[in-house]
Structures are given as C-alpha cells and as structure tokens.
Design a protein around this ligand. Structure first.
Ligand code: ADP
Ligand code: MG
Length: 417
C-alpha cells in the first residue's frame, strides 16, 4: 500500500508562542519572561567544509524551535520539551563540568554553562519550555535551533545585548557551538549555528569559515529568491537512522587534520585556494593528492577541495540564473559525498536518484550524512509529486516512510514575545 507522503508544516510565530507559553505555565506554574525562536537550516552546498575552514551556503528554514524561558535567582536549570512533556530535567550550573549533563538537556544547559565559562557571570539558572517543528536528527539542525534559541533568550534576560547585532551574535554562536561540542559531545563545525543566528529572509548565507576572519567579513548575503525564478527547494527527510555520534564525523575530521599536517598547511582551505589559483587546476589538485600517503585520505581531500570550489561556482551560477548549472553542481556535490567522502547511505542515494529521474535540476544529500535529508531543486509546483515518487520507491525498497518539507529562505533567531 502506497501512502501519501507527509509534509511537515512550519509552526507560525503565534502558535509557537502560545504552545511554548502553555507548556511553560503547565510545567513551572508561572508565566515565562518571554518567548524566543531559532530556525533549523538546510545547507545548499558546501558539505563537510566548515571544519576545513572552507565555504558553505545555508538558508534558514521557516521551521523553528520556540523556547519560553524565565531566569531564576539560583543556578538551577529546569527544562521541558514538548517531545516529552511529563519529563522535567534538573541540573545545577554551579560546579558543572564538560559532559556533565546527560541527554538533550546538555544542549540548553550547555549554552548557559558556555556563556558563564566565557565570563558572562550574569547568566544565571533558568526554567525553559521548548516546542519545535524542526525534525530531530534529520540533518536540518534541530540541535542548533535549540542552542541558538536558548542563547538568544539568555542573552536577552541577562541583558548582555549580543543578540542585537550580527557581530554580537558571534558570541552567542560560540556559546552554542561550545554547548554542542563540549557539553553534548556532538562535534559541530559552526555552519549550523551561524545559519540559525545570521541568515536573512530571501537570502542564502555564504559563510567563509577561515579562522582568521571575523564576524565583520566572514559572511555575505546572497539573494536566493526561488519563487522569482519559478523554482522550489524540496527537502526530503529520509528517516534513515542518523548516526553522527558514532564516531564517523570525528573520523572524517581527523583524516582532514592529518592530511593538512602532511601537506604542511594550516587547514585544507589553504590547499583548496592554491588549487583554485593555479593555472592548471587539474594538475594542481593531482599534485596535492599525490603528496598524500593513502587512497582513503586522497578521496577525503579531493571531496573537500572540489566541494569548496563548487560553492563558489553555485553562487555564480544561481546569480546569473543558470539553473541547469546550479543543478549540475548539486549532483556533483552528492556524487562526491557518496564516492569520495563516503557519508551517504542507501536511503540518501535512492532519494537523490528518484528526484533526478523525476526532473529535478539537481539533488543532493544535505547535512552531515549517514542518514538525514536530501534537497532537490525543482520547478515550482512539482515538489509534492517528486516527494511522492521518493516515498513510493522507499515503500518498494522496504525503507522507513520519508517526510518532506518546503524550504524557503527564512529569518534567523528572534524574540517572538
Ligand atoms: P540535528 O541537529 O541534525 O537535528 P543532532 O543529532 O545534532 O541532529 O541533534 C538532535 C538532538 O538535539 C536530539 O537528539 C535531542 O537531544 C536534541 N533536540 C533538538 N531539538 C529538541 C527538542 N525540541 N526537544 C528535545 N530535544 C531536542
Ligand atoms: Mg545537529
């Protein structure tokens, strides 16, 4: 039996505020000080490049995580999520150490911990209630939606003032990253948090992850008006189990760091830029790869170097309206992630394949891989049909039923009430 594919609709600001407030009052018995929200994101192209000081190109989703929050006089953190409304977690910020919080609470508690570690002693304990429509573990960054909404809320109630400017938000991004890396133990390179905090409606965020850059020069807003070009960006969450925490992501990072050491460069971006600047790029890439000791490392590095170049090419192609070329770059990115970086799973490859056969200009996995979602660039009005074709093929192959959503370049984290 073929079933109709489900589209995940975004929660409106009004609904999000109402639901988070009700959950807060029901759980903690008083009113929240306010409600804040932060979006999930989808990365258009530039995968596994952030931790290589490369380029990436996310948009913020209209799907957001809402947090109703109230500061406390003490250092306790009490948390509840609509995913499990009967389970309230309690942790104490006093004396808290890295990896000191279990489960999902590590994300919000970790943000407060990170801000205090950074010297912002005004950040105290708090009660918080979360409501989200960002699918969890689907490569759409529900974790950053959670840490960034919390960071903006804490910034506001502690009167730090970082949330008010793009440059200030970098402090909150760093706290959100520290929470994920050091409290939740989930390695992250910064793409997700920058997207959730810095994207603007109708634009993709061209993010340059070179560590020597600052907030003043590491992003540019690239117009990304799909509707104006008669296009839609379909996201399909394959629902294949997402296993970034099983060490594969860390292994890819380690291999890249080892390769950089062998090449005598600070990071692989340096090599990517050298190849891009060479007269004969093919030969320059071959020379870099030839200096590496084994085939696995050569494949990983080839992905990183070619992927950084594809980000630049995609930005140019979309800007001049060359959608066929933009789609070709999506396809090349996926194929590189499948064959060279080896982070796809059958569900991702099948979904991409079906989308291409159904007339997508291009399709690729997005996010870290090992499960998660794909994106497909399709003509306006065709998303439902392509998503259904993927769902039907998944049913035939005995995969979990996928879910879909429509990606529109939306706003970054904000105070909602
Ligand atoms: P992704 O960020 O791609 O969704 P991650 O594995 O990085 O996947 O983050 C997912 C984790 O974030 C969940 O397992 C959970 O611990 C936490 N999380 C995110 N959103 C929520 C939420 N609304 N309620 C509870 N936990 C959440
Ligand atoms: Mg995440």
């Amino acid at each position: 039996m073929m079933t109709t594919v489900q589209f995940i609709e975004p929660i409106s600001s009004r609904e999000g505020v109402a639901q988070a407030s009700v959950l807060f009052v029901d759980t903690f018995g008083k009113a929240p000080a306010g409600v804040w929200a932060a979006p999930g994101r989808v990365n258009l192209i530039g995968e596994h490049t952030d931790y290589n000081a490369g380029l990436c190109l996310p948009i913020a989703l209209p799907h957001r995580t809402f947090v109703a929050l109230r500061p406390r006089e003490d250092s306790m953190v009490r948390l509840v999520s609509s995913m499990n409304p009967d389970d309230v977690t309690t942790n104490d910020l006093a004396g808290l150490r890295a990896r000191g919080v279990e489960g999902w609470s590590a994300y919000p508690a970790g943000v407060a911990w990170a801000l205090r570690q950074a010297g912002y002693d005004g950040v105290q304990g708090f009660d918080a209630a979360f409501v989200s429509c960002v699918p969890l573990g689907s490569g759409l960054s529900s974790s950053a939606a959670m840490t960034c909404s919390t960071a903006l809320a804490l910034d506001d109630v502690a009167g730090l003032g970082f949330g008010a400017s793009d440059a200030g938000r970098v402090t909150l991004i760093n706290a959100a990253m520290t929470a994920e890396n050091d409290m939740a133990g989930a390695s992250t390179g910064g793409l997700d948090q920058n997207a959730s905090m810095r994207c603007t409606p109708g634009h993709a965020l061209l993010l340059d992850c070179r560590p020597e850059l600052t907030a003043l020069n590491n992003v540019s807003q690239q117009p990304f008006d799909l509707a104006g070009r008669g296009l839609e960006l379909l996201v399909v969450d394959t629902q294949a189990p997402h296993q970034l925490n099983d060490g594969q992501y860390a292994q890819r990072r380690t291999t890249c760091e080892q390769a950089a050491r062998i090449l005598g460069v600070r990071n692989l971006r340096v090599s990517a830029d050298a190849v891009a600047a060479a007269q004969d790029q093919r030969q320059a890439l071959a020379a870099v790869l030839g200096a590496l000791p084994d085939e696995t490392m050569r494949k990983r590095v080839r992905h990183v170097i070619t992927e950084i170049d594809r980000v630049r090419q995609f930005v140019d192609a979309f800007a001049r309206g060359d959608i066929a070329e933009a789609g070709r770059l999506f396809n090349a990115s996926h194929d590189s992630l499948a064959k060279d970086y080896e982070v796809t799973v059958p569900e991702l490859d099948v979904a991409v394949d079906v989308a291409r056969h159904r007339g997508a200009y291009g399709a690729r996995m997005t996010g870290g891989g090992f499960g998660g979602s794909i994106i497909a660039l399709v003509d306006a009005g065709r998303s439902r049909e392509v998503a259904q074709a993927i769902a039907d093929e998944f049913a035939r192959q005995g995969f979990h039923a996928p879910r879909a959503l429509a990606a529109v370049a939306s706003a970054s984290a904000s105070k909602e009430a």
